[in-house]
Design a protein around this ligand. Structure first.
Ligand code: ADP
Ligand code: MG
Length: 362
């Protein structure tokens, strides 16, 4: 068993001719057998990372390692990587069997081996019996599964999936999220999945890399990223959050909304300006005087599971609350929260410094 990470990026920069860098000094490690997601808004460099891993383009500087060896100049067809593209890129004139068999025929496998492998791949994606169907007779979800079968039939070490679910409607997309996750666990192959949908990333991944403008803003498990966003971009991009300006008066004491609160953060400069995050579901509605904050209700929307209530405090901060309690617009209410619900973010803190600061607490 190879102990090296399957993929490692070391200060990888990618610049297309004459343009600004699309990726800047990107470093990360991919361990084998896990489900990774690259998450970020359109244009942040997700597809570029996949193309670099697949070998469709080379880095401008930095190194890409596969099982410990630099692969910067190794061509795509020599890499044990297969890609599932957003538009599936299936051959419309070939049937399901021939689409999946295509790569194996190029490798000149024996007819019986091809047949066995294609059958096995179809079984994996629940399409047994669909061998002779034409692509145009398949639904969106089925085409998706053919594209995945075509990738797994080559037994790659890594499967790259570039927004493969974005063309599907919501219900089918949710189904395919379960299917893909389950398939990855059954196969044990490393998946690197790209999406701009944060809920999809949270639901599917072992680890998420949050990207913005060619930089990895934060990496970690879904709960790490949701509970401890490193900066405003991540807090805002992942889930809904209340982000409010404040000041760290001293260790374990933070000031915002005109009050001082206990918190779990320390190691910042006295009176350092910071931003705090509290998730809407971590705010609880109380009677005015019982609240840690007194706020005025501005709007209320019923969302099926909960009410979405927007309030403002006396310093003008807006607070979004998710609650099963109904309130009255225009009235004053109290808001309370656990000490742990306050998450302090430093301005301009790097991911390394952030991790070091968190480790110092424990
Ligand atoms: N071949 C190319 N030549 C020049 N610019 C490119 C090329 N491919 C991508 N880009 C630019 O690189 C940036 C990142 O693109 P991409 O990696 O496709 O982002 P994402 O997949 O996150 O939407 C975009 O600004 C895009 O216009
Ligand atoms: Mg893309």
């Amino acid at each position: 068993m190879n102990e090296q990470p399957i993929i490692r990026f070391e200060k990888v920069t990618k610049q297309y001719q004459g343009d600004a860098a699309v990726l800047r000094d990107v470093s990360f490690t991919i361990e084998r057998g896990r489900f990774y997601t690259l998450l970020g808004p359109s244009g942040c460099g997700k597809t570029t990372i996949l193309r670099l891993i697949a070998g469709f383009t080379e880095p401008t500087s930095g190194n890409i390692y596969f099982n410990g060896r630099v692969i910067n100049h190794i061509p795509a067809n020599k890499r044990q990587v297969n890609t599932v593209f957003q538009d599936y890129a299936l051959f419309p004139h070939l049937n399901v069997f021939e689409n999946i068999a295509f790569g194996l025929r190029i490798k000149k496998l024996k007819r019986a081996d091809i047949e066995a492998k294609v059958k096995e791949a179809l079984r994996f994606v629940n399409l047994t019996g669909y061998e002779s169907r034409e692509i145009k007779e398949m639904s969106g979800g089925q085409r998706q599964r053919v594209a995945i079968a075509r990738a797994i039939v080559n037994e790659p070490e890594i499967i790259l999936l570039d927004e493969p679910l974005s063309a599907l409607d919501l219900k089918l997309r949710t189904e395919m999220q379960y299917e893909l996750r389950e398939l990855q666990q059954r196969l044990g192959i490393t998946f690197i999945f790209v999406t701009h949908d944060q809920e999809e990333a949270l639901a599917m991944s072992d680890e998420i890399f949050v990207l913005s403008e060619g930089i990895i803003q934060q990496s970690g498990t879904p709960t790490d990223i949701y509970d401890e966003p490193i900066n405003r971009f991540v807090a805002d991009f992942i889930g809904e959050s209340n982000i409010v300006a404040g000041k760290m008066t001293q260790d374990f004491l933070v000031e915002f909304g005109g009050r001082t609160f206990e918190c779990v953060d320390r190691g910042l400069h006295p009176n350092e300006p910071i931003e705090i995050v509290i998730r809407p579901e971590d705010l609880e509605i109380t009677a005015v005087q019982q609240g840690k904050l007194q706020v005025q209700v501005e709007t209320q929307l019923f969302r099926g599971v909960h009410y979405e209530i927007l309030c403002s405090d006396e310093t003008g901060n807006k607070w979004l609350v998710h609650s099963t309690k109904k309130v009255v617009v225009g009235e004053a209410i109290g808001l309370t929260f656990e000490t742990e619900a306050i998450h302090v973010m430093r301005f301009g803190e790097s991911e390394e410094d952030f991790d070091r600061r968190l480790e110092a607490y424990s």
